[in-house]
Write a protein that binds this ligand. Structure first.
Ligand SMILES: CC(C)(COP(=O)(O)OP(=O)(O)OC[C@H]1O[C@@H](n2cnc3c(N)ncnc32)[C@H](O)[C@@H]1OP(=O)(O)O)[C@@H](O)C(=O)NCCC(=O)NCCS
Length: 164
C-alpha cells in the first residue's frame, strides 16, 4: 500500500508506506520523545506482530520523508469483539512534533482506512484518553464521532477488587 501526499502547507512531500525494519530506531525515538519512555522491546514486538508481511488485517504504516520518519499509524481488523461485527481499530498514531499540522496525520489515517476498506470492513474505531484534547480534535476533524460503547476499567489492587 503506498499513498503519496503533498504537505498541506509547504515543505517537501512524504510517502505513506508499510513500515520497514530500518524504520524502527526512528519510531522508537519518536515515541520516546512524545511519551518520555523509550520502549525498544515493545516496538520490536509490535513490528513482529503488525509490520511483517503476510498478516492480513494488520497495518503498521509510516510517513517517510526525506529527513526520516515523520509519523506512524498502527491498527488491525478485529472480529466480533464486544459482540460487534468485524471493524478496523486504530490503536496508535503519532506524528513528530516538528512535522505536525501539515497533513501527515490525515494521510496516515486515510491510508490505514483504505487498508481497512480493502480488508472488507466498513467501520473504524479508536480509543483515546478523555483529557487528550489534541487527539480528540484530530479524530473529530477526520469525521470520527462518539461510539455507542462505554469503556470500563477496574483497579485490581483496589480493596473492593481484592476482597471479591
Ligand atoms: C494527533 C496528531 C496525530 C495529528 O497529526 P497532524 O499531522 O498534526 O494532523 P493533521 O495536520 O493531519 O491535522 C488534521 C486536523 O486535525 C486537527 N488538529 C491537528 N492538530 C491540532 C491541534 N494542535 N489543535 C487543534 N486541532 C488540531 C485540525 O482540525 C487539523 O486540520 P487543519 O490543519 O485543517 O486545522 C498529532 O498531533 C500527534 O501525533 N499527537 C500526539 C498523538 C499521541 O498522543 N499519540 C499517542 C496516543 S495514540
Amino acid at each position: 500500500m503506498t499513498v503519496s501526499a503533498q504537505r498541506k502547507r509547504g515543505g517537501p512531500g512524504f510517502q505513506v508506506r508499510p513500515v520497514k525494519a530500518r524504520d524502527l530506531d526512528a519510531i522508537i525515538a519518536l515515541d520516546a520523545a512524545v511519551t518520555g519512555i523509550a520502549k525498544p522491546d515493545y516496538w520490536h514486538g509490535v513490528f513482529d506482530r503488525y509490520g511483517a508481511r503476510g498478516r492480513p488485517g494488520r497495518f503498521f504504516l509510516v510517513a517517510a520523508a526525506e529527513g526520516g520518519i515523520d509519523g506512524f499509524v498502527i491498527g488491525e481488523v478485529r472480529d466480533w469483539e464486544f459482540g460487534s461485527p468485524p471493524c478496523g481499530w486504530v490503536f496508535g498514531i503519532n506524528v513528530r512534533p516538528e512535522a505536525r499540522l501539515a497533513g501527515v496525520g490525515t494521510a496516515l489515517l486515510a491510508a490505514i482506512n483504505e487498508g481497512f476498506r480493502r480488508a472488507g470492513v466498513a467501520k473504524v474505531r479508536t480509543l483515546l484518553a478523555r483529557e487528550n484534547g489534541l487527539v480528540l480534535s484530530f479524530f473529530r476533524s477526520q469525521g470520527m464521532m462518539a461510539a455507542p460503547f462505554i469503556p470500563l476499567e477496574l483497579d485490581l489492587d483496589a480493596p473492593a477488587a481484592v476482597d471479591r
